[in-house]
Design a protein around this ligand. Sequence first.
Ligand SMILES: Nc1ncnc2c1ncn2[C@@H]1O[C@H](COP(=O)(O)OP(=O)(O)OP(=O)(O)O)[C@@H](O)[C@H]1O
Length: 574
Amino acid sequence: MIKLFRFLKPYTVPFIAVLIVLFGQAMAELYLPTLMSDVVNDGMIKGDSAYIWRYGGYMLIVALGSSVCAILGSFLSARIAVAFSRDLREKVFVKAEQYALHEFDTMGTSSMITRTTNDITQVQTLMVMGMRFMIYAPILCIGGIIMALSKDAHLTLILAIILPLMAVTIAALAKLVVPLFKIMQTKVDTLNRVVRENLIGIRVIRAFDKQEVEKQRFDNANQDLVSTAIKVNRIMAAMQPVMIFFMNITSVAIIWFAGIRIADGNMAIGDMMAFLQYAMQIMFSIIMVSIMFVMIPRAQASAVRINEVLDLEPEIKDVANPKTADDKRGYIEFDNVTFYYPGAEEPALSGINFSAGPGQVTAIIGGTGAGKSTLINLIPRFYDITEGSIRVNGVSIAEMSQFDLRQKIGFVPQSAILFSGTVRENICFGKKDASMDEVIHVSKIAQADDFISKMADGYDAEVSQGGTNLSGGQKQRLSIARALVRKPEIYIFDDSFSALDYKTDANLRHALKGETQNATVIIVAQRVSTVKDADQIIVLDQGEIKAIGKHYDLLKSSTVYKEIVSSQLSEEEM
Ligand SMILES: Nc1ncnc2c1ncn2[C@@H]1O[C@H](COP(=O)(O)OP(=O)(O)OP(=O)(O)O)[C@@H](O)[C@H]1O
């Protein structure tokens, strides 16, 4: 957790201010019982009302000062902690944005959400308490002991017996509760995962009538978290009466023994009253510190999880002096590329060699799991290759900046992901400052203008989160328009026409031809009709290129291609 405190640096001045005002509060509170004892001993007992008024006035001023310090301390510490967690959330988010895809898989999306929200809140809560009590409680405790000793050294023997007993009790309770706090964070993770899977997969769950099963799964995760939380709260709840018991027994013992000492003439009444207050202050500060210590392990577990996110160095990084690749446009070369997914024993792709250039359409076809998506994911450098090299415009993509590389690419993923916002905003995601004419133009090419115009608000119609108010084909067309609006030099379509009917698919490809005639187009497709006009077709099977060529040549030369074609077209069509 200490590692995270480096992010407090911008708040050094308010942090020091917090320490100063809380020091002031502690000193004021330590002074009050002494003033009160003076009022009792020298004012009330001697019947000196002027003294009572004067010292009563001092007491009021000191109490007021203490309150002002307390308010300022709370205000400043809350502001620092909230600003600190805002900064931390931003750092975690920015870091996560740099992760390679498999690093996301390692962390887990739901765990990333818990880490960005709940875990940071745990650290924030501890930080508020820490700032509040870190300096205040020790001063109150040590100062209280010194003042109590100065009032009556004999009576402090009571504290010498009670305080260790209290410390042992707190330690025993903490030993029970600390491991439970740690477990709670992982249970929050599990609950988040179940909720997330259910919300995303709600249609599948309903279609398969699995509501009851999923409800049970949720109940189990929920109950699991609740039972741990109940255990923790039981122990924490037990702490309060136990501490009150200690405080009461201390008060009784002090009054009893002080009574004897007052009767013997060895102690003044005012000193007894002050002693009692110091004893309460000492005990209160011990309770505060112990509550903080009990909270530390939970926040510590959260801090470890936050540090895991911050310390994970993204595997895919820009080189120190990235090269530009602007001498040519749209040239892609795969040179003996082999790729293993992290941790996989078999390569997903091996010995891939091909090149593609501007004005050329390259189609990739193959059975499911052949490695088509993997291949095109390597071009924007979503993964780093294991062997060989991939060059864009003659420059290895590992030597270019990721920003530069991805600026050159219009990527349409397999599953169309849209964001909440309007249709226009979703299309402009590809180019922030695209004009309305550009948006309409690309929508027409993507065969989206028709359905957008029919929507109540047209281009200003709202797309719900994840695009759930659109059909699969409509989503695909919007994500194609989003890629087109960038006017990139390389287009990558990952099975992006699969949800379109044959007619729309044909119209779209026809319209695309004009738009992309100077660009390099790579199309992954399952349908032969989508790929057969391509300038080159790459036939992929089990991560290897089995053949490259045009449709008619491949029909003669490649048995794998022929099998794919014959499974889709009749003898006559072939
Ligand atoms: N993130 C991943 N981690 C590990 N292995 C993966 C990952 N993604 C894909 N694979 C594996 O890599 C191989 C190729 O998958 P890929 O998604 O590239 O196939 P595909 O040809 O695009 O299939 P489809 O047409 O079904 O989409 C498969 O064996 C798959 O299990």
